[in-house]
Design a protein around this ligand. Structure first.
Ligand SMILES: Nc1nc2c(c(=O)[nH]1)N[C@@H](CN(C=O)c1ccc(C(=O)N[C@@H](CCC(=O)O)C(=O)O)cc1)CN2
Length: 280
């Protein structure tokens, strides 16, 4: 029978564990504060930002909300980040992506002090992850590792194929699987014979950004499939990068969309906020 890896249940477990830590910190008069910046009002970003604020409220983390208009100047956003970097009550700074095209995303990510970069996007944190040092790890890939571990899915020695090489998901995902002793291949848009590569995977992580791209013929019998994509289909229903119905009977375990990786991204952000407060 196919195992459905339930990100809602696992993220709730993590949030409950974090709530206990935060409750304990509160008895020592220690508060945790996350600054949440959203530029513009992209509807999907608004949903994610609201879910992050709700998660903060559930765990007992304070959230400070900064809603900037779409046409805000890059310098104004940078000034806000510098202020938050210097604000001693702020433990974490989150700038919801994507940003409008007139703002240089790399410049913004680089401006956040690595100590408050709870998204784990700053080059210093990415570099630390590469060499196994201390730092924040990008939330979606960290969430995928937790999904696998908490579902008792062994990574060590497994053929792991990551489809997608973005800085936020594909690259850090590959490094984290490698850290867990997986044998890792990164596939991407220029990969030849993609189906042959993905069919080698014991663990297939898909982050291609194309709705229902991975069908039956891309997966090996009994593979574990992790779907990082999130889209709306022609009927306005949420779906992933994997054609869930088409692969369900062939695989041993799979994450649904919604209710798979998405909620884990938020749980791991909360984890990073707590780590930030504990360490600094
Ligand atoms: N600063 C960041 N920006 C973005 C990140 C990120 O990690 N940091 N990742 C994505 C979006 N994202 C988090 O911000 C995110 C995406 C999806 C979900 C989620 O819970 N999805 C639900 C469905 C929600 C819905 O109703 O649409 C699910 O999959 O069950 C959470 C966070 C890009 N930007």
């Amino acid at each position: 029978m196919t195992q459905i890896i339930d990100g809602k249940i696992i993220s709730k477990q993590i949030k409950d564990e974090l709530k206990q830590t935060v409750d304990k910190l509160k008895t020592e008069n220690k508060e945790i504060t996350l600054a949440v910046i959203q530029v513009g009002n992209d509807p999907a970003s608004s949903v994610y930002v609201n879910n992050k604020k709700k998660a903060c409220a559930y765990i007992g983390i304070n959230s400070l909300s900064y809603e900037l208009e779409e046409k805000v100047k890059e310098t104004e956003l940078l000034e806000l980040i510098y202020d938050l970097n210097d604000n001693p009550i702020v433990n974490g700074i989150l700038v919801q992506l994507p940003l409008p095209s007139h703002i240089n995303e790399d410049k913004i990510i680089n401006a956040i002090t690595p100590m408050k970069d709870v998204d784990g996007f700053h080059p210093q944190n990415v570099g630390a992850m590469c060499i196994g040092g201390q730092g924040f790890v990008s939330c979606t890939p960290a969430g995928v590792i937790q999904l696998l571990k908490r579902s008792q899915i062994e990574i060590a020695g497994k053929e792991c194929v990551v489809v997608g090489r973005s800085n936020i998901v594909g690259k850090p995902m590959s490094l984290l699987l490698l850290k867990e002793n997986g044998t890792v291949t990164i596939a991407h848009s220029k990969t030849k014979d993609l189906k042959e590569v993905t069919k080698r995977a014991d663990i297939l992580v898909v982050a291609v950004g194309k709705p229902k791209f991975i069908t039956n013929e891309y997966v090996k019998e009994g593979a574990v499939v992790i779907d990082v994509g999130i889209h709306r289909d022609d009927n306005n229903k949420l779906c992933g990068d994997v054609d869930y119905e088409a692969v369900y009977n062939k695989v041993s375990a799979i994450t649904p969309v919604p209710g798979g990786v998405g909620p884990m991204t938020i749980a791991m952000l909360m984890n990073n906020c707590v780590v930030s407060a504990l360490n600094f």
